[in-house]
Design a binder for this molecule. Structure first.
Ligand SMILES: Cc1cc2nc3c(=O)[nH]c(=O)nc-3n(C[C@H](O)[C@H](O)[C@H](O)COP(=O)(O)OP(=O)(O)OC[C@H]3O[C@@H](n4cnc5c(N)ncnc54)[C@H](O)[C@@H]3O)c2cc1C
Length: 325
């Protein structure tokens, strides 16, 4: 059995931020997917790609600002200044603001790849369960491989975390923190999005719309050169159609966009995020981390406001706790 001082589960923003704080002999980071980034995801669509997870991120804390400045120098991040809209009584209206927003370039997963540059990741290794044996933890992958660790940091979404920790008392945390789903639909459209008050927009918050949570025009972001739009559905709409055929969802969302903006879009694909965002992002744990057991920590956006920046800061805080032992 391979032993590691610290096992990190998940190479999303939180896991990567934690690993970057540690010496590479101190940890192994396990990731079930083929690459890093988690919900900072983009999907290949023939010869194009589209962001299907987070559409942008904001930067407020100096620790995140410093890292994002490095990512910008490396060409992995650019500012994004969309002409914003929102929905009022289900009608699109202009909603200009001065918020500074950033995107990964050429796609959102570029930030994940940037954060992963100095981090060695064991990809396509899904941890099935974490058990405790005396002072040590035993991690078993779905392929049956076993690892031992002195400490463990879990950065998966909370619902996926509960599957791993059947041996531990996690009721309090799983009852308090829950995740809501999102259907994300990519459509193609050559016409612009124009609001009811006549302004052209690049992105639109859902406001009070029952189905749209966020819409963005890919080519308004640096490095994208396609006619693709990404639509996140509200969690209520998604919950209603959670088990519906993705093709139907894509057609429905495209038709709704056409009716709303009087354009002719075509459905491309719909992706279901079962665990997209925290149900209540106002609920947080101190510093975005929580200790389940001696040496066993959890960290992630769902404990820290549901955003990329929160996930990053939670990862850093977790690494500091792990280093203290
Ligand atoms: C549809 C959508 C829209 C969003 N919009 C925005 C936005 O506009 N702005 C913003 O700031 N944020 C947004 N977010 C949230 C943002 O994406 C997250 O806050 C952030 O990416 C979370 O990072 P994380 O590291 O906490 O979790 P994740 O990114 O989920 O990382 C967890 C990692 O763990 C891996 N994993 C899971 N289970 C296992 C296992 N058993 N073994 C090994 N690995 C495992 C996963 O593959 C994943 O890579 C959005 C998210 C979604 C889904």
């Amino acid at each position: 059995m391979t032993h590691t001082p610290i096992a990190i589960i998940g190479a999303g923003v939180a896991g990567l931020a934690a690993a970057r704080e540690l010496s590479d002999t101190d940890y192994i980071i396990f990731e079930k997917s083929r690459g890093p980034g988690g919900r900072l995801a983009s999907k290949r669509l023939n010869d194009l790609r589209a962001d299907i997870g987070a559409q942008f991120f904001t930067v407020r804390d100096p620790r995140f600002e410093e890292t994002i400045a490095l990512a910008m120098d490396a060409g992995a991040v650019q500012p994004w200044a969309p002409r914003m809209g929102t929905f009022q009584q289900s009608r699109a209206v202009a909603s200009p603001d001065t918020q500074r927003r950033y995107v990964g370039t050429p796609y959102m997963n570029a930030l994940g790849r940037f954060l992963a540059q100095s981090v060695e990741i064991q990809t396509e290794k899904r941890i099935a369960v974490v058990n405790k044996d005396g002072d040590r933890f035993i991690l078993t992958t779905t392929a049956g491989d076993r690892y031992t660790a002195d400490q463990v940091l879990i950065t998966t979404p909370v619902d996926q975390m509960s599957d791993l920790l059947v041996d531990f008392d996690i009721d309090e945390i799983t009852q308090k923190f829950t995740m809501a789903p999102t259907w994300t639909t990519v459509v193609s459209a050559s016409e612009p999005l124009v609001t009811d008050d006549g302004g052209m927009i690049d992105a639109c918050f859902g406001g009070d719309h029952p189905a749209f949570d966020f819409i963005s025009v890919e080519h308004s972001k640096s490095g994208r050169n396609s006619d693709l739009l990404v639509i996140h559905s509200t969690s209520d709409w998604t919950t209603t159609y959670l088990e519906t055929d993705p093709k139907w969802v894509a057609q429905e969302m495209s038709a709704l966009l056409n009716d709303t903006f009087n354009i002719q879009s075509n459905p491309v694909v719909s992706h279901r995020w079962r665990y997209a965002r925290p149900t209540d992002p106002r609920l947080t744990a101190q510093k975005g981390i929580y200790q389940i057991d001696s040496g066993l920590w959890i960290a992630g956006d769902y404990l820290a406001g549901g955003r990329v920046e929160g996930a990053f800061l939670a990862g850093i805080e977790a690494a500091q706790r792990l280093q203290r032992v």
